[in-house]
Design a protein around this ligand. Structure first.
Ligand code: ADP
Length: 178
């Protein structure tokens, strides 16, 4: 349980996994937080591919995921997903967050990617409570890894307190599983 999941404090743009996940918005045109950092470090090739995707299929619905190049970053691909904005919990936010993780991993699998880094989706500008989001993130990824053989899923937490939160939830969940 949880052995292919790693937790670190760091910057998502510096990760050497084959793919990194972007906490994007539906426009795929960039933004703040993780999204801004990815476009800044990765360069214009990412936005060019995002524009092509939107021209082809329209805005990306919440919970869905698409893939582009990672431009100048160490990773080869960026998987863009849209987490839910937190509105208090009665607008399907939990299920939409689950979908964002699950669909990102499915896109990885479909592209023969076996190592992926995730930021803490929706817990910045989208205001999803961190503990609740961490529990959903870890449970969803763990369930996916029971069914599909990915080598590593890395959670890259920006702050020490977010890392501590994810750690304590892994501890709690893995005790409950045994
Ligand atoms: P959302 O809009 O989905 O809430 P944000 O990008 O605003 O996404 O924030 C998601 C989380 O990512 C927050 O915890 C934020 O502190 C963190 N974060 C911001 N920049 C980075 C980065 N470069 N690497 C990793 N995490 C980051």
């Amino acid at each position: 349980m949880y052995e292919n999941i790693t937790l670190i404090q760091g910057d998502i743009t510096a990760q050497d996994t084959q793919a990194i996940v972007n906490a994007a918005n539906s426009s795929l045109m960039g933004g703040g937080g993780v999204d801004g950092a990815i476009h800044r470090v990765g360069g214009p090739a990412i936005l060019a591919e995002c524009k092509q995707i939107v021209a082809r299929q329209g805005r990306l619905p919440t919970g869905q995921a698409v893939i582009t190049t990672a431009g100048n970053m160490k990773a080869r691909y960026v998987i863009h997903t849209v987490g839910p904005v937190w509105h208090g919990g009665d607008r399907d936010e939990d299920e939409l967050l689950r979908n964002a993780y699950r669909n990102s991993l499915q896109v990885a699998l479909d592209n023969n990617i076996s190592t992926v880094s995730f930021p803490s989706i929706s817990t910045g500008a989208y205001r999803f409570p961190i503990e609740r989001a961490a529990r959903i993130a870890l449970q969803t990824v763990n369930e996916f890894l029971q069914q599909h053989p990915l080598e590593e899923v890395r959670f890259v937490l920006f702050s020490a307190s977010d890392l501590e939160c994810y750690r304590s939830i892994v501890h709690h969940l893995s005790r409950r599983d045994v």
